[in-house]
Design a protein around this ligand. Structure first.
Ligand SMILES: NC(=O)C1=CN([C@@H]2O[C@H](COP(=O)(O)OP(=O)(O)OC[C@H]3O[C@@H](n4cnc5c(N)ncnc54)[C@H](OP(=O)(O)O)[C@@H]3O)[C@@H](O)[C@H]2O)C=CC1
Ligand SMILES: O=C(O)CCCC(=O)O
Length: 481
């Protein structure tokens, strides 16, 4: 097979691959070349409503399959992902731009989520709780929540769906997924994979097209009991508001502004290594990306020197080319946003030590960039960069570092490099973040609960907690026994 075999140019609704009612389509482009690689249906309200109806119809039958039958389907799904890893990774790189090695990793972690949740579903245990009075028994049981709407972003178009779809399918929910318009094929491929391994018709539905219309149909449906979203905080807030009318359960994985704090006592090489992976993975387009390098004065200059050396050595290019470490940005808006951050920093006294401009490869390629002399007045102090720009702030004391790190409405991931164990514990207590990497710049893993606090979101993905988001808890009181 080749990646084109997974490039479904239709929507999956109730087991059928279909066009939009209007016949209208949307072009999908490769950000590395600007070439149109295909089209997808421009679906909307009617298509989404049909997908919800199909998921509602499929729910009771699927929920009532035995746990082992569901697990067996998930194991097959895992194997199908890994058997087709290279093709799915190429498809991801062609529509999104990230280096092929990163896409291979994304498909692999998606498969791991599937396996993890097939295992965790077997431990979705209830409880028998001691009752306060004799003759009474209290049982707590867990149940699939029902039909789940999933809206996913372009930056991890496969793995962001993986960690929603895997727990949902593991516990017996059915799914209506809406992938990002820029990168729809990796989402549609989940539909094709589910179909191939034998999930019943209507269990997985994938609709592309107008985000507003599709999400409105999801919001308006009483039958769709949960909405799970990864993307910007702005859209997340809209979805939380929209969910209120039918009181849906929500999971929101939203924006971040991760501080990457380096203390004088850090291992310099390790800190720079962590900074590189945290900052430049996916061209800086991850919600857990280091947004602010916050570096203690004693190690500041040495850190900047090594960071700049490593940044200048990065190979930029088409993600399909061998050895490329940074691909293009997703689109021109993303490029302009980074340019704006650079111009703002320059205006306010920052120094662009390397990069700072569009790459001579053209299109949406941007130079890996380091800015020093960053201050709280600069836009990136409070806004999410989502690009290959590393601003370096300086600090003196631990208290100051914690205060700077927390000075944002976001609270997704943060990182700190230190060799002082006591400090590591103090940081865990003081930093207002859902995830903390101590001496690690890459913390995403299926075994751990991924998610933020403050305006970075609600709920967890991965870990045992990631299953709870798709379960409802019931309490049964049995009296007179
Ligand atoms: N937390 C994260 O991982 C992500 C954070 N971001 C942040 O958001 C910024 C903007 O990126 P962007 O792609 O515009 O992110 P969005 O939040 O707009 O997009 C994410 C998903 O939401 C959909 N969507 C967009 N508008 C609505 C809406 N009104 N109602 C329901 N769904 C909607 C999109 O669909 P469609 O593609 O059709 O517009 C896509 O599927 C980035 O620069 C970054 O800062 C972005 C992506 C991921
Ligand atoms: O950017 C995101 O929304 C998720 C990041 C996943 C990862 O760290 O691999």
């Amino acid at each position: 097979m080749a990646f084109q075999d997974w490039m479904k140019q239709a929507n999956l609704i109730g087991g059928d691959w279909v066009a939009a009612d209007s016949g209208e389509t949307i072009d999908v482009t490769n950000p590395a070349t600007g070439d149109v690689i295909g089209t997808v249906p421009k679906g909307g309200k009617a298509e989404a409503e049909r997908a919800i109806k199909a998921a509602v119809a499929a729910f009771p039958g699927y929920r009532d399959t035995s746990l082992m039958d569901r697990c067996a389907l998930l194991w097959k799904l895992h194997d199908a992902l890994m058997d087709n890893q290279k093709d799915l990774a190429e498809l991801l790189t062609v529509e999104m731009g990230k280096p092929l090695a990163e896409s291979m990793g994304e498909i692999a972690i998606g498969a791991q989520y599937v396996r993890w949740f097939a295992e965790e579903a077997r431990r979705a245990k209830g409880e028998i709780v001691p009752a306060g009075v004799n003759g009474r028994r209290i049982l707590v049981t867990k149940h699939a929540i029902g039909v789940v709407g999933m809206i996913t972003p372009w930056n991890f178009p496969s793995s962001m769906l993986a960690r929603k779809i895997a727990p949902a399918l593991a516990v017996g929910c059915t799914v209506v997924a809406k992938p990002a318009t820029a990168t729809p094929y990796s989402g549609l491929a989940w539909g094709a994979l589910a179909e191939e391994v034998g999930f019943p018709k209507g269990v997985v539905n994938v609709v592309t097209g107008s985000a507003k219309d599709i999400s409105k149909a999801m919001m308006d449906s009483f039958d769709l009991r949960k909405i799970t979203f990864t993307g910007s905080t702005e859209v997340g807030k809209e979805l939380i508001r929209g969910s209120a009318d039918t009181v849906k359960k929500v999971s929101m994985e939203l924006g971040g502004n991760a501080p990457f704090v380096v203390f004088d006592d850090a291992d310099l090489e390790k800190a720079v290594e962590g900074a590189m992976v945290s900052k430049f993975r996916n061209a800086g387009q991850t919600c857990v990306c280091a947004n602010r390098m916050i570096v203690q004065s004693g190690i500041h200059d040495a850190f900047v020197k090594r960071l700049v050396e490593r940044t200048e050595a990065l190979k930029v290019g088409d993600g399909l080319e061998k050895g490329v470490e940074q691909g293009p940005m997703i689109d021109m808006d993303a490029v302009e946003k980074v340019e704006d951050f650079v111009a703002d920093a320059r205006d306010k006294g920052g120094a662009v030590v390397t990069g700072g401009a569009r790459h001579d490869k053209g299109g949406t390629f941007f130079q890996p960039t380091v800015v020093t002399g960053a201050t709280q007045a600069m836009k990136f102090a409070t806004e999410e960069i989502f690009g290959p720009l590393a601003p370096v702030f300086k600090f003196e004391t631990e208290e100051e570092a914690i205060e700077m790190a927390n000075a944002t409405v976001y609270g997704l991931a943060c990182y700190a490099y230190t060799s002082d164990l006591g400090r590591a514990f103090r940081l865990n207590e003081g930093l207002q973040y859902g995830m903390i990497g101590i001496n690690s710049g890459l913390i995403t893993t299926v075994e751990a609960p991924f998610g933020g606090v403050k305006e970075s979101g609600l709920g967890k993905e991965g870990g045992s907690q990631g299953l709870d988001d798709y379960l409802e808890v019931k309490y049964v009181c049995i009296d007179g026994i």
